[in-house]
Ligand binder design. Structure first.
Ligand code: SF4
Length: 491
């Protein structure tokens, strides 16, 4: 499309849209409520000049998706936009508690961050935990998820139990919806703890880095075989879910809540083995998340990390393999792709804390460190562990009211909202994928020292675009694969 055509676009009849060319024949257009359409070059030309046949299916589709300005255009758009961004109305709902920095592992990507098992001074006390729970229940959201994050929470078990029992009492009094999630390497699990967690409906997720070779390479555990421990407990937890009647008709047996995969250089060639391991354990899916540079010592970067292009190649090969598995009759999804699919197709944003605009940092999630320091996100807390305290919001105050006010009035809260809102950000605001992408200010800050990095210099954006290009390529060219992708979000 040349500049003369762009200047003659019929803006009286056509609403605001962003576009890019797909291959040689098609255009993709999107608008601010996340609707999209794929048009041939001829349709695109007719659309921009407002001469598309009004009786055509394409015209009706574009009208339905608010690409044309009708009599109620502004009102329809405003309502759809508000619905899409409902998450902005509630305040923080994900509260991560770091009950200890101690850990029985020394994973290669984490060894700079955890404390040795003997260092009990890195445990949260019950007194601090009580103040944390009080603060959590003073926040505004009616839905509260308390997530126990690393170090290894099970080694400070008494405080985990205390938080669960005390939070249940508060939720009952204050009529809030409460759920728990425990992130654990499972090494310290035993039957007594498992009974408590199942009785109190604490969701569990663990780390599984693939097959035995890759997992044990990444996840250093000197007391035994980490892979064998985690596999044993995943199977045992699934058994106990069935025994306890926590049984899902679709999923038999119901799996442990999920497992997190951390992809290192070692993982890249073993993608099939890793995916097979997850399938064999009846996992619901796999999350192909890339490595962040704040999980490990800078000296390990060369050994563990990889280029954006290497991750993109890995992602595409893994996705092709996962789709083949689905074609053979096993429902198994890639979770990062599923989040983007929801953003593309669902009327409401899935409100995945990272992948939204503005992001969940400070206003969707909070991280409570073992020592009572409150950070704007888990990654902010990781930077704090590296001595970078720019995302520290406050220390725990005497009362929960004072703590919450300090959180909301912190400079970092205002800056986080402003700098993660894509409207007006150079490059992001203009991109056809603007309704779906996000900006990672912690990553930008850690790698460049600047929160505001233009899109062309944002290393992570290439990976996001690759995921979205993969999805739209399937939607455009491969109906069978597209059907499988849509089934991952219930369509
Ligand atoms: S990644 Fe988790 S299990 Fe590994 S050392 Fe860090 S806290 Fe421990």
């Amino acid at each position: 499309m040349d500049i003369t055509s762009i200047k003659s676009v019929s803006t009286d009849a056509i609403g605001f849209f962003r576009f890019k060319k797909l291959g040689k024949k098609d255009y993709l257009i999107t608008n601010d409520i996340g609707e999209f359409s794929i048009l041939t070059c001829e349709e695109f030309d007719s659309f921009t000049h407002n001469i598309l046949d009004k009786k055509s299916e394409k015209h009706q589709e574009l009208n339905r998706k608010s690409f044309f300005k009708g009599p109620n255009y502004e009102k329809t758009l405003a309502l759809a936009y508000a619905n899409k961004h409902k998450f902005l109305a509630y305040g923080p709902s994900l509260h991560m508690i770091i009950t200890t920095l101690r850990c029985n592992h020394k994973c290669q990507y984490c060894h700079a961050a955890v404390a040795p098992m003997s260092a009990k001074e890195f445990d949260m006390t019950k007194e601090t935990a009580t103040k944390v729970v009080d603060t959590i229940f003073y926040t505004s959201s009616i839905n509260i998820t308390i997530e126990f994050q690393w170090g290894e929470s099970l080694v400070n078990w008494d405080v985990v139990k205390h938080v669960v029992e005390y939070a249940e009492i508060k939720a009952g009094h204050l009529k809030k919806q409460l759920s728990f999630a425990l992130v654990t390497n499972l090494v310290s699990m035993d039957e007594e703890k498992l009974n408590f967690l199942i009785d109190h409906k604490v969701g569990m997720s663990t780390s599984l880095d693939g097959n035995e070779e890759v997992h044990n390479y990444n996840r250093t555990y000197t007391e035994g075989n980490s892979y064998k421990k985690v596999i044993y407990w995943i199977k045992r937890i699934n058994e106990r879910y069935i025994e306890a009647g926590l049984h899902d008709e679709k999923w038999k047996p119901l799996r442990i809540g999920g497992a997190l995969l951390t992809i290192t250089k070692k993982t890249l060639p073993a993608y099939k083995e890793v995916i097979d391991t997850y399938c064999d354990l009846w996992m619901e899916g796999i999350f192909l998340r890339w490595l962040n540079p704040y999980w490990f010592a800078a000296s390990e970067l060369e050994k563990l990390s990889y280029s954006e292009q290497e991750w993109i190649d890995f992602y595409k090969k893994s996705m092709d393999y996962i789709i083949e598995i689905n074609k053979k009759g096993t429902f198994f999804r890639e979770q990062l792709t599923s989040v983007y699919l929801q953003k593309i197709f669902a009327p409401e944003d899935p409100s995945f804390m990272d992948i939204r605009s503005p992001s969940g940092i400070a206003i969707g999630c909070l991280a409570y460190n073992y020592d009572g320091k409150v950070y704007a996100s888990d990654e902010s807390r990781m930077l704090g562990r590296m001595g970078i305290e720019d995302f520290l919001m406050t220390d725990m105050k005497d009362t929960w009211k004072e703590t919450y006010e300090a959180i909301m009035n912190a400079e970092v809260t205002k800056i986080a909202v402003q700098s993660t809102c894509l409207d007006g950000l150079p490059g992001y605001n203009d991109h056809v994928y603007k309704p779906y992408i996000w900006v990672d200010i912690i990553h930008n800050f850690k790698t460049t020292g600047n929160l505001y990095v233009p899109l062309v210099k944002d290393k992570k954006i290439d990976m996001q675009i690759a995921v979205l290009d993969y999805i739209f390529d399937k939607l455009r060219n491969n109906p069978e694969d597209a059907k499988i992708l849509k089934s991952w979000i219930g369509l």
